[in-house]
Design a binder for this molecule. Structure first.
Ligand SMILES: *Cc1c(COP(=O)(O)O)cnc(C)c1O
Length: 427
């Protein structure tokens, strides 16, 4: 469920609005392309997930929002105020989480290639746990912590070797993927870590992929995780936390429907029944995707005499990379739907790449130059993955609450863009 609906009353009746703010107003006042987020949807998704987990019998789970899905500090603060933690993968993300007011004891530091300065920064920040992805990383964290005179809580990230996730580029839980260690390695590393002065193993973690719409592979992975917890405890080692990652899918255009948060929570309760651990989750997409749209304006409608009809927008692959990178499909909705039969459009941006094609042969209500369209379900892996490719300015971000909105990342100016660069002294 989300809060982007056609307004039923007021001067903008019949137009797409975010909560009580017509999208056309944001387009007029902030310009396009622009990302628009709904506070109510962010809050609803977080609360629905938490309630589902608690109702399924998981007491006091840590829900650490995956910052990489949407890194805007205002979005992070909206979630932090509800009690969300943060799953971070770089020093930059730790700094964002702190700036948003996420307490360090709710920050989980994941990622395959944490550098020494990043590890030191995380330890000094006092993060809840560092999720270790390999044996060399265990040794590095141990060394850095000892140098700082600390003993840092760590979890071992396991790669459960299951296939999940809608696309090969977002599947992380197969043995050939770079993430985590095998179950037998995890047991060995856990035991080794227990004897190290700089680390204190507190749990095990997994994250098997993203945009998962079938619970079966997750359940298989979580059942294996449960076995691992039991084996580690049977060796007399202390283990208090089980981090089951993120990955729950969302409904993209024409794609399989994801399971409900309730079904997800019940599956977890089933797979981990009787296990006395503190649960942690790292959802990104399921919290943020439906809470955002990318709003764009039609620059031209270019009809080729031989048949194709191109809808050329002022948004491009640098603003929303998912279609080019993951063959992703976003629903595209006109902001003020015009009457008339739908037509087939190839929806493209102005970037000089064939990959800058959002979709082909999409049936849409008739559109004209100047019309606004919204890419739905763009609140996750949208703005966070944007670049300035083709020297296009980063799209701004707007956060709506009720009948108010705030520009939470302004559009940079061309001076900002050029000011970041320097001439070489010999030029
Ligand atoms: C990306 C990522 C997540 C979030 O995945 P979603 O599919 O957005 O829920 C969680 N944990 C880790 C370690 C990740 O890399």
């Amino acid at each position: 469920m989300n809060h982007f609906e056609l307004a039923t009353s007021g001067p903008a009746a019949g137009e797409l609005a975010c909560e009580d703010v017509p999208l056309s107003r944001i387009a007029e006042e902030v310009g396009t392309p622009v990302y628009v987020y709904s506070s109510a949807t962010l809050e609803r998704h977080f609360t629905v997930l938490r309630d589902a987990l608690v109702d399924a019998g998981l007491k006091d789970p840590l829900i650490a929002f995956a910052v990489k899905a949407n890194s805007n500090v205002a979005v992070l603060r909206t979630l932090a105020r509800l009690g969300a933690g943060a799953d971070v993968v770089s020093e930059g993300e730790i700094r964002r989480a702190l700036a948003a007011g996420v307490p360090p004891e709710r920050i989980v530091f994941s990622g395959v290639g944490k550098t020494e300065p990043e590890i030191a920064f995380a330890i000094e920040t006092g993060v809840a746990e560092i999720n270790l992805e390999s044996e060399p990383e265990l040794h590095l964290v141990n060394q850095v912590a000892q140098r700082l005179g600390r003993r840092v809580p760590v979890a071992i990230r396991v790669n459960p070797d299951v296939s999940a996730g809608g696309h090969a580029k977002i599947s992380t839980g197969k043995a050939e993927n770079k993430f985590g260690v095998s179950f037998s390695e995890a047991e060995r590393l856990y035991a080794n870590a227990s004897n190290m002065a700089g680390v204190r193993p507190v749990g095990v973690a997994c994250h098997i992929g993203s945009q998962i719409t079938d619970l079966a592979p997750m359940e298989a992975a979580f059942a294996k995780m449960r076995g691992l917890v039991e084996r580690i405890r049977a060796e007399g080692l202390h283990l208090e936390r089980l981090d089951l990652g993120g990955g729950l899918g969302v409904p993209y255009f024409n794609q399989p429907e994801p399971p409900s948060p309730a079904a997800y929570a019940q599956m977890i309760a089933r797979a981990t029944q009787g296990l006395d651990v503190q649960f942690a989750f790292e959802p990104g997409r399921m919290i943020a995707a439906n809470a955002g749209v990318l709003l764009a304006r039609v620059t031209h409608v270019h009809e080729r005499p031989e048949g194709r009809r191109f809808l050329v927008l002022d948004a491009a692959m640098n603003d929303l990379l998912r279609p080019a990178m993951y063959d992703a499909f976003h629903d595209i909705r006109p902001v003020k739907p015009r009457p008339g039969d739908t037509l087939a459009y190839d929806v493209v941006g102005p970037v000089c790449e064939t990959g800058d094609t959002f979709t082909r042969d999409r049936m849409l209500a008739p559109l004209e130059a100047g019309d606004l369209v919204a890419f739905m379900t763009a609140g996750a892996y949208g703005a966070a993955m944007a670049s300035e490719y083709n020297s296009r300015l980063l799209a701004p971000e707007v956060l709506v609450r009720g009948d108010r909105y705030a520009v939470v990342r302004p559009r940079p100016t061309y001076e900002d863009m050029l000011d970041r660069e320097r001439m070489a002294p010999w030029l």
